[in-house]
Design a protein around this ligand. Structure first.
Ligand code: AMP
Length: 194
């Protein structure tokens, strides 16, 4: 099964992708996690991405498309994957369609998590507080300033994907304001029995 989780920063894509991946034996592919790992490792991609990520902007299509096409080609993705944070632009979505087409496969569904904008800042603040409480390091972009830029990037670049996937008949929209377990149950309901 090949899925996309779509939604603004703080919508719960990462949380849902992680638990869904476990429940269904799928691989979670988070471009944000991959880029943060590249920044930490100090690779060339990491050096190119670091400042733009910190500000809340989008890393270039070329970089993220390259990362995803390499990762999807790995054998563990053959059984299926959940894309979390990719695609984020129409160009990325078109590149993904081409990539899957070249492998003779298609997307099963795009799950959009709808969340009130007013809830996003408190969710991001909570994530930062939980990370600190667990002894971890706060993400460089989990702050009010970067969130504004991330939200603008979402509305300008990513939200057109809602229409793109609706037109493809792939879009399934869920209420992302519901408790985590309820959203997870709704996802299972719409995907059907594994
Ligand atoms: P995330 O962990 O999904 O919130 O992503 C964190 C940051 O990584 C984003 O704000 C972007 O700077 C960058 N990023 C992650 N995925 C993408 C993508 N598909 N396209 C462009 N930038 C991305």
């Amino acid at each position: 099964m090949k899925l996309i989780l779509l939604g603004p920063p703080g919508a719960g894509k990462g949380t849902q992708a992680e638990s869904l991946a476990k429940r269904r034996g799928l691989i979670q592919l988070s471009t944000g996690d991959m880029l943060r790992a590249a920044v930490k490792a100090g690779t060339e991609i990491g050096r190119k991405a670091e400042a733009v990520m910190k500000s809340g902007g989008l890393v270039s299509d070329e970089i993220v498309i390259g990362i995803i096409s390499d990762r999807i080609a790995e054998p563990d993705c053959a059984n299926g994957f959940i894309l979390d944070g990719f695609p984020r632009t129409l160009k990325q979505a078109a590149a993904l369609d081409e990539l899957l087409d070249s492998k003779g496969t298609i997307l099963d569904a795009v799950i959009e998590l709808r969340v009130d904008d007013s809830a996003l800042l408190s969710r991001i603040e909570k994530r930062a507080a939980d990370t600190v409480a667990a002894g971890g390091t706060i993400r460089a972009d989990d702050n009010a300033d970067a969130l504004k830029t991330r939200l603008m990037a979402y509305y300008r670049e990513t939200s057109p994907l809602v229409g793109y996937y609706f037109a493809q008949g792939k879009l399934r929209t869920l209420d992302g304001m519901a408790p985590i377990e309820t959203v997870a149950a709704k996802i299972d309901e719409l995907l059907g029995t594994p």
